[in-house]
Design a protein around this ligand. Structure first.
Ligand code: WT7
Length: 659
């Protein structure tokens, strides 16, 4: 890829509120810069210091970083620990024992079900549940290194299952509950899992997601699985296979509440999580124990400024990496209180999330731009019904957030009081990589701002050389970090080829994002490089055009793709979802003209869409990512050949093709 021209100019800047500094972990820019200098002066010493400070080790490591065989890096080699001990046991001692203690009766998890049922689990209760389930796993023959698939709704038992696996050294492989039986079967099979932990079903928009039925179907094809544990949640009739399937409640009722934690080497696997690429079957991203835990705890502390008395809520499902790191491992390692919610943001009403913020006096709220855009579309009256003055910090993750959505989040949800941490990272990075620090970093809407200390980022051209300031290029990490993926499960070659092969001997990590850096060193992620459009030799990030479209008052959401063009190489085609206006309110042709002019005005004629199609919805994965591949096919009138099984709404393609 040559250089990408960046056309989005965002001038606004928001300075942190000085009252946040008073007890923040990183109180100001000077403190941030001091950490950056510390990390650059002696990278390994920096990470050793963080590892010592944040994690309880049974045995200290012999070597901080082993880089003898790049890109197969090892962190904290020789060190021993257990992730569940770090998330549970060390919080249970009496206050005087250590700074980690005195949390026995503190809420570890506050849970709210979609129907409105609730449960609060203290650290002691969490300990009891995880120990009991750990013993059950061992009785079922699960040993260190065995893979366990977790296919569950967002209920406390999902957290217990993760931590019980960690306790006995089993490698969990969570499959998002919205995936089909087929996707589940592929993942079970690839990981050769011995056990599946599931539920009869989960609640979603008042309907039952029949999880156990999907497991039954998947297991027709997978012969590695010996046993299935089933949590009763939705209580519809399901089929239990005698000798294979067991009720969770029956098993734990009999189990002992003391389960000896497995002593794990820092580089022993903690979990596998599958993620899709632009080609090929999903990749099993492998994370190991020591480095992952260090950076999960570190980033939760720095980025969310988690304090002892906070109610912290990350809305991600545990089926995604965000749910792993920022619902479970990060906040619990710090002894925090993590809120878990089972349902969708808009059921039974459009104020559901804000109602929960009010009810539990949530202080830190972390969600995705797609949710923010969807909720902003429903109107300010919903958030305004609730008192949200407990909020201190807001966060986003998953895709670039367009400045319009950012401003709505800032103004309507945060009442212009709360900093927004736009956190950039990936399944593969394990933890947040680039993000503002809430009390320190001046924020520019749409920018994830500055790399966290220790993260060595650059924007480079095809040869791996830095591009000129302000120009777009490929976003790479130039040095290993503790929570990085260690390989693609069962496929070391694919690990090297996918992430490290592009720049030869330089060993830069590259996972497909384009970005630019501005004069102040702020990063602006321009989207995946495969989302880039080349118009007459000019490369444009689709996100910037989308952002311009969404800044028009009539537009709620937009997706821009390239369409083959005889003259220009590619031309720009936009799918646009309008704000709530009835068809009679406007003339389509007039609005098309107006939007094209608007983009011209915002960015310049180079970015003017050649075609615009209005639609009620966009094809998205269940995690909210727009499936641009499908939109590209539709825009250019091609048949879609690839996989469409991860689509949230399977009827959307017909809708888009018609009319
Ligand atoms: C891709 C990773 C990491 C948890 C959620 C998604 C995009 C993520 C941002 C952000 C711009 C972002 C990137 C990245 N992305 N966060 N703050 N700004 N883009 O995890 O499924 O592994 O996706 O999401 O394109 O590569 P994932």
């Amino acid at each position: 890829m040559t250089e990408m021209i960046s056309v989005l100019q965002e001038e606004r800047i928001f300075k942190p509120d000085p009252t946040l500094s008073q007890r923040a972990h990183i109180p100001d820019m000077a403190a941030y810069k001091a950490l950056v200098v510390q990390a650059e002066t002696d990278h390994e010493a920096y990470w050793a210091w963080e590892a010592e400070r944040l994690i309880s080790w049974e045995k200290k490591w012999d070597r901080v970083l082993n880089d003898d065989n790049p890109p197969f890096y090892k962190w904290f080699e020789g060190g021993r620990l257990n992730a569940s001990v770090n998330c549970i046991d060390r919080h249970l001692g009496r206050r005087s024992d250590s700074s980690r203690s005195g949390r026995k009766n503190k809420a570890a998890i506050i849970w709210e079900g979609e129907p409105g049922d609730m449960r609060t689990i203290t650290y002691q209760e969490l300990a009891n549940e995880v120990n009991k389930l750990g013993n059950v796993l061992r009785q079922m023959g699960i040993k260190k290194g065995d893979r366990v698939v977790i296919y569950m709704p967002m209920i406390p038992e999902a957290a217990f299952a993760m931590l019980a696996c960690a306790r006995v050294g089993a490698v969990h492989n969570i499959v998002f509950g919205g995936f089909s039986a087929e996707a589940l079967a592929d993942r079970i099979d690839d990981a050769k899992a011995k056990l599946v932990i599931t539920a009869d079903g989960g609640w979603r928009r008042g309907a039952i997601v029949p999880l156990k039925d999907a497991v039954d179907q998947a297991l027709l094809k997978c012969d590695s699985v010996e046993k299935v544990i089933v949590v009763e949640r939705t209580k519809q009739r399901i089929h239990m296979h005698y000798g294979r399937d067991y009720w969770y409640d029956d098993l734990v009722a009999e189990a002992n509440i003391r389960c000896e934690p497995e002593s794990m080497e820092a580089e022993d696997p903690l979990f596998i999580l599958y993620t899709s690429g632009s080609t090929g079957k999903p990749k099993g991203v492998l994370h190991t124990t020591g480095g992952y835990m260090v950076n999960a705890a570190r980033t939760t502390q720095y980025v969310f400024d988690l304090q002892e008395d906070d109610t912290y809520w990350c809305t991600a499902d545990i089926g995604w990496i965000t749910g792993h790191t920022y619902v479970i491992y990060g906040p619990l390692a710090l002894g925090g209180t993590s809120l878990m919610y089972e349902g969708v943001p808009t059921a039974p009403h459009a104020g559901r999330l804000w109602e929960i913020v009010e009810k539990y006096r949530v202080n830190i709220f972390y969600t995705a731009p797609t949710a923010i855009r969807a909720l902003s579309k429903l109107g300010d009256q919903w958030p305004q019904k609730y008192n949200m003055d407990s909020l201190r910090i807001l966060g986003t993750v998953g895709e670039p957030i367009n400045p319009e959505a950012w401003m709505w989040y800032y103004r309507v949800i945060g009442s212009e009081r709360c900093p927004i941490v736009d956190t950039y990272w990936q399944t593969e990075t394990g933890s947040i990589c680039i993000s503002p620090l809430p009390a320190a970093t001046p924020i520019k809407p749409g920018s994830c701002t500055l790399p966290l200390p220790g993260m060595k980022y650059a924007v480079v051209d095809n040869d791996g050389n830095p591009v000129k300031e302000g120009n777009g290029g490929m976003l790479v990490i130039q040095r290993p970090w503790p929570s990085m993926l260690r390989t693609v499960w069962g496929d070391d070659d694919r690990y090297v080829e996918t992430y490290f092969a592009k720049f030869g001997d330089k060993q830069f990590y590259f996972a497909g994002d384009g970005a630019r850096m501005d004069a102040e060193g702020y990063y602006w992620v321009m989207g995946r490089v495969d989302d880039v459009i080349n118009v007459a030799g000019h490369r444009l990030g689709t996100m910037e055009i989308e952002s311009a479209l969404v800044s028009h008052p009539s537009v709620a959401e937009a997706a821009v793709v390239g369409r083959p063009d005889d003259v220009k190489g590619e031309n720009i085609f936009a799918f646009v979802v309008l704000q709530d206006i009835s068809d009679d309110d406007f003339h389509h042709d007039a609005l098309v003209r107006e939007l094209r002019d608007h983009v011209t005005k915002e960015i310049g004629p180079i970015a003017k869409p050649d075609g615009i199609k209005f639609t009620d919805n966009l094809p998205k994965t269940r995690s909210g990512k727009i499936m641009r591949r499908l939109l590209r096919d539709i825009a250019s009138g091609r048949e879609s050949k690839g996989d469409t099984s991860t689509l949230e709404d399977s009827t959307i393609l017909e809708q888009l093709r018609g009319s």
